[in-house]
Design a protein around this ligand. Structure first.
Ligand code: GTP
Ligand code: MG
Length: 174
């Protein structure tokens, strides 16, 4: 048998959800383009980007990423994007307890209305702002554990854990 006998090419629809301003678009831009744009604009409706990564077992994963708008006025659109998504990434800002509450709302919403086998990740972003932290790492970890989610803290600004986030999701795909 060949060395690459179990190589696979996966295509995965991924949706990002979370409060406005938590950094969803910055996470995607960092992952796809390797950039951090300080002039990043509030997302209107949703935006789409894709990026392919290679895992260590020579599997490639093409992420088709729907970056949703967090502003309340767009909340009715969310189901259009999370329906049929294989992966949901729920993002909060570690300096904002309100955004952590919103993350809890999204967890419940996806459990009720998402695909039953959806892979969910919980992301505490803006980890570079540690002096302004108001959500403990343990609180994120606990929410994730209770709901069978993968948990990671990231910084789109410094790039800390951004690639790791997508690699870990890739490893957890069925
Ligand atoms: P909506 O599109 O309205 O849902 O917001 P969003 O979640 O896409 O937020 P966005 O990516 O536009 O980022 C909002 C603000 O947070 C911007 O001013 C970013 O510069 C800032 N920001 C994003 N990620 C980080 C981070 O990791 N660290 C710091 N310090 N700032 C960040
Ligand atoms: Mg955005």
């Amino acid at each position: 048998s060949s060395e690459n006998a179990d190589a696979k090419n996966l295509r995965v629809k991924l949706v990002l959800l979370g409060d406005s301003g938590v950094g969803k678009s910055c996470i995607v831009l960092r992952f796809v383009r390797g950039e951090f744009d300080t002039t990043s604009k509030v997302t209107v409706g949703a935006s789409f980007l894709s990026q392919t990564i290679a895992l260590q077992d020579s599997t490639t994963v093409k992420f088709e990423i729907w970056d949703t708008a967090g502003q309340e006025r767009y909340s009715a659109l969310a189901p259009l994007y999370y329906r049929g998504a294989a992966v949901a990434v729920i993002v909060y800002d570690i300096t904002s307890p309100e955004s952590f509450k919103k993350a809890q709302y999204w967890v419940k919403e996806l459990q009720k209305h998402g695909a039953p086998d959806i892979v969910m990740a919980l992301v505490g972003n803006k980890a570079d702002l540690h002096e302004k932290r108001e959500v403990l790492t343990d609180d994120g970890m606990e929410l994730a554990e209770k709901n069978g989610m993968f948990f990671i803290e990231t910084s789109a600004k410094t790039a800390d854990n951004i690639n790791q986030l997508f690699e870990e999701i890739g490893k957890r795909l069925p």
